[in-house]
Write a protein that binds this ligand. Structure first.
Ligand code: CTP
Length: 396
């Protein structure tokens, strides 16, 4: 991101205020930003705001002679590494799809020879309208990258897809667009998922309720950003995400062995609900007639903690903590105890294991960030974006 030049076209929608946040975010990441504000955009944010945040003049009109004297619109569209349209309104998408050139923004989009990333944000009905979907399809076919909007409650009170994704995700999409196939291209990420099964005898096991859905969603999102992903999975009934190398294991000991064999990795995300104890397993089936069995437990290795102190410790180590009490406090204790960089805490009393949604809090050495309750695949995408950003900024 360092030294990259972004041309940011800000359309006229309520999400325009987030373009201000995005400008700040990009500046902090080391990029330079030149903003173009449509007439509609100027109804929501002022040129002054964007100029102050970008520390660059803001361009608004096709007919501004001063702009032409200083920098023509062709030049403006070429002196960038990436053009980002955020928010991309229904009108801007339509202009882009049909090649209209009736505003500075539309003209720049027609004149540019650079990659374009559009981040649509609009009312759910407008987004789902056949005309908008047709425009989006057309634009994708033309080579424009479209960041799908988020689903959720909208400023207008309706619910559904159409919301601008959070800044970290837009940032990751920008990074990905700048670096080619994906923001995690060339990176190896290790993910553990699901429960472990600890045998009691040849037919019985000690298990837990983990479904593996969250870990699989994370693995899929990481692969989507171009990472090479090794997914070490306990016994789960899930299909392998596209582009992911999956290693199936049963016990905690096998999981540790598979994880160590997969090193080195740039990052590791340990979502598995690993059994803390294993049982001295009987070689023959325990018979009911022998009465209640006395099970002898011994501790399992802690895979996350082992990686935390490993000679080949991944640069970024992320653990999970399923809690029923004060999730944040428990997560903070685990962060130190296990030598992790982030702990993703979730309250399994509110969202029982196995569901499709989670409310998580990301706990790091510098603070905690509470996310709203989200579908697990959305949490996967957000976490993958954050991982891409963290690995990238460490290199900068
Ligand atoms: N973990 C692990 N190996 C273990 C146990 C846990 O890698 N044997 C990892 C999990 O994948 C998760 C994190 O450690 O990322 C937190 O697991 P948790 O079971 O909540 O931690 P415990 O140390 O077992 O804490 P508790 O006292 O709450 O059971």
């Amino acid at each position: 991101m360092h030294g990259k030049r972004i041309l940011l076209i800000v359309g006229g929608g309520i999400a325009a205020y987030k373009a201000c946040e995005l400008t700040r975010w990009l500046r902090k990441a080391g990029a330079s930003v030149r903003c173009v504000l449509t007439d509609g955009g100027a109804q929501f944010v002022t040129p002054m705001t964007l100029a102050a945040l970008s520390e660059q003049p803001v361009h608004t009109s096709l007919w501004d002679l001063k702009d032409e004297a200083e920098m023509g619109h062709i030049q403006l569209s070429r002196q960038a590494d990436l053009v980002v349209v955020c928010p991309a309104t229904a009108d801007l998408l339509s202009a882009m799809a049909t090649g209209r050139a009736d505003s500075l923004a539309a003209t720049l989009l027609l004149a540019t020879d650079k990659k374009v990333l559009a981040c649509p944000a609009m009312n759910v009905r407008m987004w789902l309208h056949a005309a908008t979907q047709r425009n989006v399809e057309r634009l994708r076919a033309d080579g424009v990258t479209i960041l799908d909007p988020d689903e959720g409650e909208m400023a207008c009170g309706e619910f559904g897809p159409g919301r601008l994704p959070e800044i970290e995700r837009i940032g990751a999409a920008i990074r990905a667009a700048l670096s080619g196939p994906g923001g995690l291209a060339g990176k190896h990420v290790l993910v553990t998922a699901g429960p472990t099964h600890e045998p009691i005898d040849p037919v019985r096991v000690l298990a837990n309720r983990s479904s593996g859905k969250q870990g699989f969603a994370i693995a899929e999102a990481l692969a989507g950003l171009g990472a090479r992903v090794t997914l070490v999975a306990g016994p789960v009934a899930l299909a392998t995400p596209r582009g992911v190398e999956r290693i199936d294991v049963e016990t905690a000991a096998q999981m540790l062995e598979a994880v160590e064999a997969a090193l080195p990795a740039d990052a590791a995300v340990m979502t598995a609900a690993v059994a803390d104890w294993r049982v001295e397993a009987a070689t023959e089936k325990l018979k009911k007639s022998a009465g209640p069995p006395a099970l002898t437990f011994s501790p399992n290795p802690d895979i996350l903690a082992t990686l935390g102190g490993h000679a080949q410790r991944p640069e970024l180590l992320v653990g999970f903590a399923a809690e029923t009490g004060d999730a944040e406090a428990e997560a903070r204790a685990k962060l130190t105890r296990k030598g992790a960089d982030w702990i993703v805490a979730n309250n399994v009393a509110a969202d029982p294991m196995g569901g499709d949604r989670n409310q998580v809090t990301i706990v790091t050495a510098s603070g905690a960030e509470r996310w709203e309750r989200l579908p697990k695949d959305e949490i996967g995408r957000r976490l993958a974006a954050r991982i891409a950003n963290a690995l990238e900024s460490d290199q900068a």
